[in-house]
Design a protein around this ligand. Structure first.
Ligand SMILES: NC(=O)c1ccc[n+]([C@@H]2O[C@H](COP(=O)([O-])OP(=O)(O)OC[C@H]3O[C@@H](n4cnc5c(N)ncnc54)[C@H](O)[C@@H]3O)[C@@H](O)[C@H]2O)c1
Length: 458
Protein backbone atom coordinates (compact mmCIF):
# COMPACT_ATOMS: atom_id res chain seq x y z
CA UNK A 1 0.00 0.00 0.00
CA UNK A 2 1.35 3.42 -0.87
CA UNK A 3 -1.22 5.36 1.11
CA UNK A 4 -0.35 7.62 3.97
CA UNK A 5 -1.14 6.26 7.39
CA UNK A 6 -0.78 7.91 10.75
CA UNK A 7 -1.03 5.78 13.82
CA UNK A 8 0.09 6.73 17.31
CA UNK A 9 0.46 3.31 18.92
CA UNK A 10 2.41 4.81 21.81
CA UNK A 11 -0.61 6.97 22.72
CA UNK A 12 -3.35 4.38 22.42
CA UNK A 13 -4.73 3.26 25.76
CA UNK A 14 -5.98 0.23 27.58
CA UNK A 15 -9.38 1.51 28.63
CA UNK A 16 -10.98 -0.05 31.69
CA UNK A 17 -14.56 -1.15 31.03
CA UNK A 18 -17.45 1.06 32.20
CA UNK A 19 -18.63 -1.37 34.84
CA UNK A 20 -21.19 -0.45 37.48
CA UNK A 21 -23.01 2.79 38.26
CA UNK A 22 -21.68 6.24 37.37
CA UNK A 23 -22.40 9.06 39.83
CA UNK A 24 -23.17 12.39 38.17
CA UNK A 25 -22.73 15.35 40.52
CA UNK A 26 -24.07 18.76 39.60
CA UNK A 27 -23.18 21.83 41.67
CA UNK A 28 -25.94 24.25 40.63
CA UNK A 29 -29.21 22.48 39.86
CA UNK A 30 -30.93 25.15 37.80
CA UNK A 31 -32.18 25.28 34.21
CA UNK A 32 -29.27 23.51 32.51
CA UNK A 33 -28.88 20.76 35.13
CA UNK A 34 -32.60 19.93 35.29
CA UNK A 35 -33.00 20.03 31.49
CA UNK A 36 -30.06 17.64 31.20
CA UNK A 37 -31.44 15.24 33.82
CA UNK A 38 -34.97 15.34 32.40
CA UNK A 39 -33.56 14.50 28.95
CA UNK A 40 -31.61 11.55 30.34
CA UNK A 41 -34.71 10.22 32.15
CA UNK A 42 -36.81 10.61 28.99
CA UNK A 43 -34.18 8.96 26.78
CA UNK A 44 -33.99 6.03 29.17
CA UNK A 45 -37.75 5.57 28.77
CA UNK A 46 -37.53 5.87 25.00
CA UNK A 47 -39.60 9.08 25.10
CA UNK A 48 -36.91 11.33 23.65
CA UNK A 49 -33.82 11.15 21.48
CA UNK A 50 -30.48 12.59 22.62
CA UNK A 51 -30.39 15.22 19.87
CA UNK A 52 -27.29 17.42 20.00
CA UNK A 53 -25.20 14.78 21.75
CA UNK A 54 -22.02 13.79 19.94
CA UNK A 55 -21.54 10.60 21.94
CA UNK A 56 -25.05 9.32 21.29
CA UNK A 57 -25.73 10.40 17.71
CA UNK A 58 -22.52 11.10 15.84
CA UNK A 59 -20.93 8.54 13.57
CA UNK A 60 -17.15 8.63 13.28
CA UNK A 61 -15.39 7.63 10.09
CA UNK A 62 -12.67 5.04 10.50
CA UNK A 63 -10.36 3.74 7.82
CA UNK A 64 -9.89 4.70 4.17
CA UNK A 65 -12.61 6.33 2.08
CA UNK A 66 -12.59 3.28 -0.13
CA UNK A 67 -13.52 1.03 2.80
CA UNK A 68 -14.96 3.32 5.43
CA UNK A 69 -16.59 2.25 8.67
CA UNK A 70 -19.00 4.58 10.49
CA UNK A 71 -19.68 3.39 14.04
CA UNK A 72 -21.65 5.63 16.38
CA UNK A 73 -19.19 7.12 18.85
CA UNK A 74 -20.88 5.43 21.82
CA UNK A 75 -20.25 2.09 20.13
CA UNK A 76 -16.71 2.92 19.03
CA UNK A 77 -15.36 3.91 22.45
CA UNK A 78 -16.37 2.11 25.64
CA UNK A 79 -18.67 4.72 27.17
CA UNK A 80 -20.95 4.42 30.18
CA UNK A 81 -24.65 4.18 29.43
CA UNK A 82 -27.30 6.66 30.51
CA UNK A 83 -29.13 3.85 32.32
CA UNK A 84 -26.17 3.62 34.73
CA UNK A 85 -26.27 7.30 35.79
CA UNK A 86 -27.17 8.18 39.37
CA UNK A 87 -27.64 11.91 40.02
CA UNK A 88 -26.91 14.19 42.93
CA UNK A 89 -25.90 17.80 43.41
CA UNK A 90 -26.10 20.98 45.39
CA UNK A 91 -28.09 24.18 45.18
CA UNK A 92 -28.83 27.15 47.40
CA UNK A 93 -32.56 26.60 46.82
CA UNK A 94 -34.35 23.60 48.35
CA UNK A 95 -36.68 22.88 45.42
CA UNK A 96 -36.44 19.36 44.04
CA UNK A 97 -35.42 19.05 40.39
CA UNK A 98 -39.01 18.78 39.19
CA UNK A 99 -40.00 22.05 40.90
CA UNK A 100 -36.92 23.75 39.51
CA UNK A 101 -37.63 22.49 36.00
CA UNK A 102 -41.21 23.80 36.24
CA UNK A 103 -39.91 27.23 37.30
CA UNK A 104 -37.23 27.23 34.59
CA UNK A 105 -39.98 26.72 32.00
CA UNK A 106 -37.72 25.04 29.45
CA UNK A 107 -39.40 21.66 29.01
CA UNK A 108 -42.92 21.30 27.55
CA UNK A 109 -45.56 20.05 30.04
CA UNK A 110 -46.13 16.64 28.46
CA UNK A 111 -42.45 15.71 28.64
CA UNK A 112 -42.04 17.25 32.06
CA UNK A 113 -44.93 15.16 33.38
CA UNK A 114 -43.31 12.03 31.97
CA UNK A 115 -40.08 12.86 33.81
CA UNK A 116 -41.77 14.15 36.98
CA UNK A 117 -41.35 11.06 39.15
CA UNK A 118 -37.65 10.71 38.40
CA UNK A 119 -36.91 14.42 38.71
CA UNK A 120 -38.62 14.57 42.10
CA UNK A 121 -36.13 12.06 43.50
CA UNK A 122 -33.19 14.42 42.87
CA UNK A 123 -33.05 16.98 45.66
CA UNK A 124 -30.16 19.36 46.09
CA UNK A 125 -27.83 19.06 49.05
CA UNK A 126 -26.96 22.26 50.94
CA UNK A 127 -24.53 24.30 48.86
CA UNK A 128 -21.22 25.99 49.47
CA UNK A 129 -22.19 29.54 48.63
CA UNK A 130 -21.21 33.13 49.34
CA UNK A 131 -23.14 36.03 47.91
CA UNK A 132 -19.93 37.99 47.53
CA UNK A 133 -19.30 35.89 44.39
CA UNK A 134 -22.84 35.94 42.90
CA UNK A 135 -24.39 39.26 43.85
CA UNK A 136 -27.86 38.68 42.47
CA UNK A 137 -28.61 35.44 44.34
CA UNK A 138 -29.33 34.39 47.85
CA UNK A 139 -30.94 31.23 49.18
CA UNK A 140 -31.48 29.22 52.34
CA UNK A 141 -29.93 25.85 51.45
CA UNK A 142 -26.35 26.69 52.36
CA UNK A 143 -23.65 24.98 54.44
CA UNK A 144 -21.88 26.78 57.25
CA UNK A 145 -18.40 26.09 58.58
CA UNK A 146 -15.58 27.84 60.36
CA UNK A 147 -13.47 28.12 57.21
CA UNK A 148 -13.31 27.14 53.53
CA UNK A 149 -11.28 24.01 54.22
CA UNK A 150 -14.08 22.77 56.44
CA UNK A 151 -16.57 23.53 53.66
CA UNK A 152 -14.43 21.46 51.28
CA UNK A 153 -14.41 18.63 53.81
CA UNK A 154 -18.20 18.76 53.99
CA UNK A 155 -18.43 18.47 50.21
CA UNK A 156 -15.97 15.56 50.29
CA UNK A 157 -18.19 13.85 52.88
CA UNK A 158 -21.25 14.44 50.63
CA UNK A 159 -19.46 12.80 47.70
CA UNK A 160 -18.24 9.85 49.74
CA UNK A 161 -21.76 9.28 51.17
CA UNK A 162 -23.25 9.45 47.70
CA UNK A 163 -20.76 6.88 46.41
CA UNK A 164 -21.35 4.53 49.32
CA UNK A 165 -25.13 4.81 49.39
CA UNK A 166 -25.45 4.09 45.67
CA UNK A 167 -22.60 1.64 45.35
CA UNK A 168 -20.97 3.76 42.65
CA UNK A 169 -17.85 2.71 40.83
CA UNK A 170 -17.01 6.19 39.43
CA UNK A 171 -18.08 9.83 39.78
CA UNK A 172 -18.05 12.89 37.49
CA UNK A 173 -18.87 16.48 38.47
CA UNK A 174 -20.01 19.22 36.07
CA UNK A 175 -20.32 22.77 37.43
CA UNK A 176 -23.75 24.03 36.33
CA UNK A 177 -23.83 26.75 38.98
CA UNK A 178 -24.21 30.46 38.37
CA UNK A 179 -21.46 32.60 36.90
CA UNK A 180 -19.31 34.04 39.67
CA UNK A 181 -17.72 37.48 39.64
CA UNK A 182 -14.68 38.07 37.47
CA UNK A 183 -11.43 37.14 39.19
CA UNK A 184 -7.85 36.92 38.01
CA UNK A 185 -5.46 34.15 39.11
CA UNK A 186 -3.81 35.22 42.37
CA UNK A 187 -0.90 33.99 44.50
CA UNK A 188 -3.10 31.58 46.44
CA UNK A 189 -3.93 29.76 43.17
CA UNK A 190 -0.33 29.01 42.26
CA UNK A 191 0.42 25.80 44.20
CA UNK A 192 -1.53 23.12 46.09
CA UNK A 193 0.18 24.15 49.30
CA UNK A 194 -0.74 27.84 48.95
CA UNK A 195 -4.27 26.88 47.96
CA UNK A 196 -4.77 24.66 51.00
CA UNK A 197 -3.39 27.37 53.26
CA UNK A 198 -5.82 29.76 51.57
CA UNK A 199 -8.74 27.41 52.27
CA UNK A 200 -7.84 27.36 55.95
CA UNK A 201 -7.32 31.14 56.03
CA UNK A 202 -10.64 31.84 54.25
CA UNK A 203 -8.90 33.56 51.35
CA UNK A 204 -11.20 35.92 49.42
CA UNK A 205 -9.51 34.64 46.25
CA UNK A 206 -11.14 31.21 46.61
CA UNK A 207 -14.75 31.27 45.37
CA UNK A 208 -17.20 28.37 45.91
CA UNK A 209 -16.64 26.91 42.43
CA UNK A 210 -12.98 26.30 43.34
CA UNK A 211 -13.96 24.60 46.57
CA UNK A 212 -16.19 22.19 44.60
CA UNK A 213 -13.36 21.53 42.11
CA UNK A 214 -10.97 20.85 45.00
CA UNK A 215 -13.44 18.46 46.69
CA UNK A 216 -14.10 16.68 43.40
CA UNK A 217 -10.45 16.03 42.69
CA UNK A 218 -9.68 14.95 46.26
CA UNK A 219 -12.35 12.25 45.88
CA UNK A 220 -11.10 11.11 42.44
CA UNK A 221 -14.09 12.73 40.72
CA UNK A 222 -13.37 14.16 37.28
CA UNK A 223 -14.50 17.76 36.92
CA UNK A 224 -15.76 20.06 34.17
CA UNK A 225 -16.60 23.72 34.52
CA UNK A 226 -19.62 24.90 32.51
CA UNK A 227 -19.38 28.56 33.57
CA UNK A 228 -16.76 31.20 32.75
CA UNK A 229 -15.46 31.65 36.32
CA UNK A 230 -11.93 30.38 37.02
CA UNK A 231 -12.87 27.32 39.10
CA UNK A 232 -10.42 24.58 37.99
CA UNK A 233 -8.52 26.89 35.59
CA UNK A 234 -5.70 27.73 38.02
CA UNK A 235 -2.28 26.07 38.50
CA UNK A 236 -3.05 24.68 41.98
CA UNK A 237 -6.12 22.77 40.80
CA UNK A 238 -4.37 21.61 37.62
CA UNK A 239 -1.50 20.29 39.73
CA UNK A 240 -3.94 18.59 42.11
CA UNK A 241 -5.71 16.94 39.16
CA UNK A 242 -2.41 15.54 37.89
CA UNK A 243 -1.46 14.36 41.37
CA UNK A 244 -4.74 12.50 41.89
CA UNK A 245 -4.89 11.28 38.25
CA UNK A 246 -8.19 13.08 37.62
CA UNK A 247 -9.23 14.61 34.26
CA UNK A 248 -10.48 18.20 34.25
CA UNK A 249 -11.96 20.44 31.53
CA UNK A 250 -13.45 23.89 31.06
CA UNK A 251 -14.61 26.50 30.75
CA UNK A 252 -18.06 27.87 29.86
CA UNK A 253 -20.33 25.69 27.73
CA UNK A 254 -20.19 26.72 24.07
CA UNK A 255 -23.85 27.15 23.16
CA UNK A 256 -25.81 29.94 21.36
CA UNK A 257 -24.03 33.01 20.09
CA UNK A 258 -20.47 31.83 20.65
CA UNK A 259 -21.22 28.53 18.93
CA UNK A 260 -22.36 30.54 15.90
CA UNK A 261 -19.30 32.76 16.11
CA UNK A 262 -16.90 29.82 16.09
CA UNK A 263 -18.75 28.37 13.09
CA UNK A 264 -18.87 31.56 11.00
CA UNK A 265 -15.53 33.22 11.80
CA UNK A 266 -13.34 30.28 10.69
CA UNK A 267 -15.18 30.23 7.35
CA UNK A 268 -14.67 33.93 6.69
CA UNK A 269 -11.03 33.68 7.67
CA UNK A 270 -10.49 30.57 5.54
CA UNK A 271 -11.59 32.65 2.52
CA UNK A 272 -9.38 35.59 3.58
CA UNK A 273 -12.26 38.01 3.93
CA UNK A 274 -11.53 40.98 6.16
CA UNK A 275 -13.55 41.98 9.20
CA UNK A 276 -13.94 45.45 10.68
CA UNK A 277 -16.61 44.81 13.28
CA UNK A 278 -18.65 42.19 15.06
CA UNK A 279 -21.42 43.33 17.36
CA UNK A 280 -23.25 40.66 19.35
CA UNK A 281 -26.15 41.26 21.64
CA UNK A 282 -28.83 39.07 23.08
CA UNK A 283 -31.85 39.11 25.33
CA UNK A 284 -32.60 36.40 27.82
CA UNK A 285 -34.79 36.19 30.87
CA UNK A 286 -33.78 33.13 32.86
CA UNK A 287 -31.99 33.13 36.20
CA UNK A 288 -28.65 32.98 34.41
CA UNK A 289 -29.63 36.23 32.65
CA UNK A 290 -30.49 37.79 35.99
CA UNK A 291 -27.12 36.78 37.47
CA UNK A 292 -25.35 38.21 34.41
CA UNK A 293 -27.16 41.50 34.96
CA UNK A 294 -24.59 42.12 37.67
CA UNK A 295 -21.58 43.82 36.03
CA UNK A 296 -19.04 41.67 37.89
CA UNK A 297 -20.60 38.37 36.74
CA UNK A 298 -21.09 39.82 33.25
CA UNK A 299 -17.38 40.65 33.14
CA UNK A 300 -16.56 36.91 33.58
CA UNK A 301 -18.86 36.10 30.66
CA UNK A 302 -17.59 38.95 28.51
CA UNK A 303 -13.97 37.88 28.90
CA UNK A 304 -14.88 34.29 28.07
CA UNK A 305 -16.85 35.31 24.98
CA UNK A 306 -14.42 37.86 23.62
CA UNK A 307 -11.25 35.79 23.41
CA UNK A 308 -12.87 33.68 20.67
CA UNK A 309 -12.48 36.01 17.67
CA UNK A 310 -8.93 37.12 18.47
CA UNK A 311 -7.78 33.52 18.62
CA UNK A 312 -9.56 32.46 15.42
CA UNK A 313 -8.70 35.47 13.27
CA UNK A 314 -5.03 35.83 14.35
CA UNK A 315 -4.77 39.57 13.67
CA UNK A 316 -1.03 39.39 14.31
CA UNK A 317 -0.64 37.15 11.24
CA UNK A 318 -3.24 39.02 9.16
CA UNK A 319 -3.08 42.68 10.25
CA UNK A 320 -4.48 43.93 6.93
CA UNK A 321 -7.66 41.87 7.46
CA UNK A 322 -8.31 41.90 11.21
CA UNK A 323 -6.19 44.48 13.00
CA UNK A 324 -8.94 47.09 13.11
CA UNK A 325 -11.67 44.67 14.25
CA UNK A 326 -14.10 46.18 16.76
CA UNK A 327 -15.68 43.37 18.78
CA UNK A 328 -18.48 44.28 21.15
CA UNK A 329 -20.64 41.94 23.26
CA UNK A 330 -23.78 42.74 25.20
CA UNK A 331 -26.23 40.63 27.21
CA UNK A 332 -29.56 42.15 28.20
CA UNK A 333 -31.67 40.63 30.96
CA UNK A 334 -35.24 40.64 29.66
CA UNK A 335 -37.55 38.47 31.81
CA UNK A 336 -40.41 37.86 29.31
CA UNK A 337 -38.09 35.70 27.18
CA UNK A 338 -37.18 33.20 29.91
CA UNK A 339 -34.79 30.58 28.54
CA UNK A 340 -35.78 31.33 24.91
CA UNK A 341 -32.89 33.63 24.22
CA UNK A 342 -32.64 35.73 21.08
CA UNK A 343 -29.24 36.69 19.77
CA UNK A 344 -28.40 39.28 17.14
CA UNK A 345 -25.08 39.53 15.41
CA UNK A 346 -24.03 42.21 13.00
CA UNK A 347 -20.80 41.41 11.19
CA UNK A 348 -19.07 44.03 9.06
CA UNK A 349 -16.77 42.38 6.58
CA UNK A 350 -14.84 43.52 3.52
CA UNK A 351 -13.61 41.81 0.38
CA UNK A 352 -11.89 42.38 -2.98
CA UNK A 353 -11.11 46.08 -3.51
CA UNK A 354 -11.96 46.66 0.15
CA UNK A 355 -15.66 46.60 -0.64
CA UNK A 356 -17.73 46.46 2.55
CA UNK A 357 -20.43 43.81 3.14
CA UNK A 358 -22.61 42.88 6.07
CA UNK A 359 -23.89 39.67 7.60
CA UNK A 360 -26.80 39.59 10.09
CA UNK A 361 -27.53 36.59 12.23
CA UNK A 362 -30.71 36.35 14.26
CA UNK A 363 -30.57 33.19 16.36
CA UNK A 364 -33.75 32.30 18.23
CA UNK A 365 -32.28 29.64 20.43
CA UNK A 366 -32.97 27.93 23.72
CA UNK A 367 -30.08 28.13 26.09
CA UNK A 368 -30.60 25.03 28.19
CA UNK A 369 -31.66 22.92 25.21
CA UNK A 370 -28.26 23.64 23.65
CA UNK A 371 -26.35 23.14 26.90
CA UNK A 372 -27.94 19.85 28.08
CA UNK A 373 -26.33 17.54 25.48
CA UNK A 374 -22.97 19.15 26.21
CA UNK A 375 -23.33 18.16 29.86
CA UNK A 376 -24.15 14.60 28.78
CA UNK A 377 -21.13 14.37 26.47
CA UNK A 378 -18.80 15.85 29.06
CA UNK A 379 -19.93 13.37 31.70
CA UNK A 380 -19.35 10.46 29.33
CA UNK A 381 -16.04 11.67 27.88
CA UNK A 382 -14.56 12.61 31.26
CA UNK A 383 -15.48 9.20 32.60
CA UNK A 384 -13.87 7.64 29.52
CA UNK A 385 -10.75 9.77 29.98
CA UNK A 386 -10.39 8.62 33.55
CA UNK A 387 -10.78 4.96 32.65
CA UNK A 388 -8.18 5.49 29.91
CA UNK A 389 -5.70 6.79 32.50
CA UNK A 390 -5.75 10.40 31.23
CA UNK A 391 -5.46 13.16 33.81
CA UNK A 392 -5.22 16.92 34.13
CA UNK A 393 -6.45 19.23 31.35
CA UNK A 394 -8.37 17.44 28.58
CA UNK A 395 -7.74 19.81 25.68
CA UNK A 396 -9.53 17.49 23.24
CA UNK A 397 -12.78 18.53 24.92
CA UNK A 398 -12.28 22.16 23.75
CA UNK A 399 -15.15 21.51 21.32
CA UNK A 400 -17.62 22.00 24.17
CA UNK A 401 -16.25 25.23 25.63
CA UNK A 402 -16.24 28.95 24.91
CA UNK A 403 -12.94 29.43 26.66
CA UNK A 404 -11.10 26.13 26.38
CA UNK A 405 -8.48 25.20 28.94
CA UNK A 406 -5.11 24.15 27.59
CA UNK A 407 -1.52 23.84 28.77
CA UNK A 408 -0.42 27.30 29.94
CA UNK A 409 2.35 27.53 27.33
CA UNK A 410 -0.07 26.79 24.43
CA UNK A 411 -2.74 28.92 22.78
CA UNK A 412 -6.31 27.59 23.12
CA UNK A 413 -8.04 26.40 19.94
CA UNK A 414 -11.39 28.10 19.27
CA UNK A 415 -12.21 27.08 15.71
CA UNK A 416 -15.13 24.64 16.05
CA UNK A 417 -13.98 22.55 13.09
CA UNK A 418 -10.41 22.14 14.34
CA UNK A 419 -11.84 21.34 17.76
CA UNK A 420 -14.06 18.70 16.18
CA UNK A 421 -11.11 17.13 14.34
CA UNK A 422 -9.12 17.19 17.57
CA UNK A 423 -11.90 15.40 19.42
CA UNK A 424 -12.47 12.75 16.77
CA UNK A 425 -8.76 12.11 16.23
CA UNK A 426 -8.21 11.80 19.97
CA UNK A 427 -10.84 9.07 20.07
CA UNK A 428 -9.15 7.36 17.10
CA UNK A 429 -5.75 7.56 18.82
CA UNK A 430 -7.09 6.22 22.11
CA UNK A 431 -8.57 3.25 20.26
CA UNK A 432 -5.46 2.59 18.15
CA UNK A 433 -7.17 3.65 14.90
CA UNK A 434 -5.57 5.69 12.15
CA UNK A 435 -5.69 9.47 12.54
CA UNK A 436 -7.45 11.11 9.58
CA UNK A 437 -6.19 14.45 8.30
CA UNK A 438 -8.53 14.51 5.26
CA UNK A 439 -5.75 15.66 2.90
CA UNK A 440 -6.72 13.02 0.36
CA UNK A 441 -3.77 13.38 -2.02
CA UNK A 442 -2.78 9.81 -1.26
CA UNK A 443 -5.87 8.70 -3.21
CA UNK A 444 -4.39 10.24 -6.38
CA UNK A 445 -0.62 10.22 -6.05
CA UNK A 446 1.68 7.40 -5.03
CA UNK A 447 3.36 8.45 -1.79
CA UNK A 448 6.53 6.52 -2.38
CA UNK A 449 7.99 7.12 -5.88
CA UNK A 450 9.49 3.61 -5.96
CA UNK A 451 5.98 2.18 -5.79
CA UNK A 452 4.63 4.22 -8.70
CA UNK A 453 5.39 1.47 -11.16
CA UNK A 454 2.79 -0.65 -9.40
CA UNK A 455 0.16 1.77 -10.68
CA UNK A 456 -2.62 3.62 -8.97
CA UNK A 457 -3.05 2.22 -5.49
CA UNK A 458 -5.41 2.99 -2.69
N1 LIG B 1 -27.46 27.57 29.13
C1 LIG B 1 -26.45 27.87 28.39
O1 LIG B 1 -26.54 27.89 27.20
C2 LIG B 1 -25.14 28.14 29.05
C3 LIG B 1 -24.04 28.32 28.23
C4 LIG B 1 -22.79 28.55 28.81
C5 LIG B 1 -22.68 28.60 30.17
N2 LIG B 1 -23.77 28.45 30.96
C6 LIG B 1 -23.58 28.58 32.39
O2 LIG B 1 -24.10 27.46 33.04
C7 LIG B 1 -24.51 27.85 34.34
C8 LIG B 1 -25.92 27.34 34.58
O3 LIG B 1 -26.82 28.00 33.72
P1 LIG B 1 -28.38 27.91 34.03
O4 LIG B 1 -29.08 28.53 32.88
O5 LIG B 1 -28.74 26.57 34.49
O6 LIG B 1 -28.50 28.93 35.27
P2 LIG B 1 -29.52 28.84 36.49
O7 LIG B 1 -29.46 30.16 37.15
O8 LIG B 1 -30.84 28.32 36.07
O9 LIG B 1 -28.88 27.72 37.43
C9 LIG B 1 -27.74 27.94 38.20
C10 LIG B 1 -28.00 27.38 39.56
O10 LIG B 1 -26.81 27.44 40.32
C11 LIG B 1 -27.17 27.69 41.66
N3 LIG B 1 -25.97 28.12 42.36
C12 LIG B 1 -25.31 29.30 42.27
N4 LIG B 1 -24.21 29.27 43.04
C13 LIG B 1 -24.15 28.02 43.59
C14 LIG B 1 -23.25 27.37 44.46
N5 LIG B 1 -22.17 28.01 44.92
N6 LIG B 1 -23.50 26.09 44.81
C15 LIG B 1 -24.60 25.45 44.35
N7 LIG B 1 -25.51 26.02 43.55
C16 LIG B 1 -25.27 27.29 43.17
C17 LIG B 1 -28.28 28.70 41.55
O11 LIG B 1 -29.06 28.73 42.72
C18 LIG B 1 -29.04 28.17 40.34
O12 LIG B 1 -30.11 27.31 40.72
C19 LIG B 1 -24.37 29.37 34.41
O13 LIG B 1 -23.16 29.71 35.02
C20 LIG B 1 -24.32 29.75 32.97
O14 LIG B 1 -23.63 30.96 32.74
C21 LIG B 1 -25.00 28.21 30.43
Amino acid sequence: MSEQTSYYPELSKEILPAKGKLGVLLPGMGAVATTFMAGVFLCRKGLAQPIGSITQMQKIRLGKRTEPRFPVIKEFVPLAEMKDFVFSGWDIFEDDSYQTAVKAGVIPDALLNAAQKDLKTVKPLPAVFDQHYVKKLNGPNVKSAKNKMELAEKLIADIENFKKKNNLSRTVMVWCGSTEIYMKPAKVHQTIDLFEKGLKANSKDIPPSMIYAYAAIKTGTSYANGAPNLSCDVPAIMELAKKHRVPIAGKDFKTGQTLMKTMVAPGLKARMLGMSGWFSTNILGNRDGEVLDDPQSFKSKEVSKSSVLDAILQADLYPELYKELYHKIRIEYYPPRGDAKEGWDNIDIFGWLNMPMQIKINFLCRDSILAAPIVLDLVLFLDLAQRAGLSGIQEWLSFFFKSPMCRPDLEPEHDLFIQHLKLQNTLRILMGEEVLDHSGLDYYEARDASLESTGFEI
